[in-house]
Design a binder for this molecule. Sequence first.
Ligand SMILES: Nc1ncnc2c1ncn2[C@@H]1O[C@H](COP(=O)(O)OP(=O)(O)OP(=O)(O)O)[C@@H](O)[C@H]1O
Ligand SMILES: [Mg+2]
Length: 275
Amino acid sequence: MARNPYQDDRGNKDRSITNVAGIGTLSGLDEGGEARPAPGGPYLIGENMTGGYGKGADILHGCTISVEKGEIAVIVGPNGAGKSTAMKAVFGMLNLREGSVRLDGEDITALTPQARVAKGMAFVPQTANIFTSMTVEENLEMGAFLREDDISGTMSQVFELFPILRDKRRQAAGELSGGQRQQVAVGRALMTQPKLLMLDEPTAGVSPIVMDELFDRVIEVARTGISILMVEQNARQALEIADKGYVLVQGRNGYSGTGKELLADPKVRKSFLGG
Ligand SMILES: Nc1ncnc2c1ncn2[C@@H]1O[C@H](COP(=O)(O)OP(=O)(O)OP(=O)(O)O)[C@@H](O)[C@H]1O
Ligand SMILES: [Mg+2]
């Protein structure tokens, strides 16, 4: 299963969960409506990524992560497995010694993170993902710094997705609860109108109810055709909404498959999902 993680059965095909079919003419869908990879390969793929920080030892060892349009791909694994490092590698914050990153068929391995944002990638890091002394509204405006068009429509969409942010828009983001701060961080990323949204542990430190709500919002975002690449500590719940899942172990692909396959795999359950 781990051999060719980006070419096996992609997703649970449950269109009540994600809108794999709702991505219009750009999608490479055939008459039957079944999703299949675009001619150039997956929408996003970090392939065979090997590298580490600075001149330090390699953290990633031939790691491959991919996601299709409108899909939710989830990375799980133990602390220190390299999940955040894999996200940084995909976003261009790490020099890869081997491997490549391709977005919509284009090799973007050499691009800076800023250039990747311009290509449609948005990244919400695990920590320090909002400006605490700025208001909620200012945080959202900061998210749109690359845009020169009218951002008010996108701001309204973010407020529709996260109504509490509209109520608290004049409040300093640092005064919000943990779950609300994560909404600010996700909202700020959405202000760039990304095609790919990368979230590193968006539910860290929030209650189970808030986690469920945030996952519902993530599903809603995916339904609009935006691809989601998400690292999650709440592995079981995240895999339940995942079209595709990756278990990283010591910088390598340990297991991969659809969310359902991983949830049903006895070895994955025993080692990574608490039985
Ligand atoms: N900025 C850094 N400089 C040097 N080494 C780092 C840096 N960030 C992470 N590492 C190392 O890379 C390895 C993988 O860390 P990473 O943060 O990617 O793990 P993770 O799977 O995201 O863990 P967690 O579940 O705790 O978030 C660890 O050994 C860590 O010490
Ligand atoms: Mg991490």
